[in-house]
Design a protein. Structure first.
Length: 144
């Protein structure tokens, strides 16, 4: 468990879960064993996951990424240029319909100068469970 993590009442965390710094597990959320929750990621109330949640993302419902955790990023003092780079990384990964490796390669090529984007990509590349698809993406029934 990292620094500054927030677990709201009824949050369930199975064994061998890794919670990175400043992640938030809202009320009655559930995390399956061996899942990693990235820095400043948030699981909304009643949300659950069986896959890793990359840093800076908002996760709502069952195995469904919603968007960036924009409120958390702003509250943490991230500059607009970093937030915009993360938005673009999210768009490339979830909205362009690319394969996972192709999307990550493009993100690194286009946005690799931003440290938080590198953290985001590195987390996904290290995932053994995969990540959840985004709500409304072309890949809504496909996991990575």
């Amino acid at each position: 468990m990292g620094d500054g993590c927030t677990l709201i009442n009824g949050a369930l965390v199975a064994g061998h879960v890794v919670l990175h710094d400043h992640c938030i597990l809202s009320g009655h959320s559930a995390v399956q064993q061996r899942v990693r929750i990235g820095r400043l990621a948030m699981i909304g109330g009643l949300g659950s996951t069986t896959k890793d949640i990359p840093p800076f993302l908002l996760h709502q419902g069952y195995n469904c990424t919603s968007h960036l955790n924009l409120v958390g990023l702003r509250r943490a003092g991230f500059p607009a240029v970093t937030i915009n780079a993360l938005r673009e990384a999210f768009r490339i990964l979830f909205k362009e319909g690319r394969t996972l490796n192709s999307a990550l390669d493009r993100i690194e090529a286009d946005l690799g100068t931003v440290a938080e984007v590198n953290e985001f990509v590195g987390f996904i590349r290290e995932s053994t469970l995969g990540i959840n698809p985004a709500r409304g993406s072309e890949r809504k029934h496909r996991t990575y």
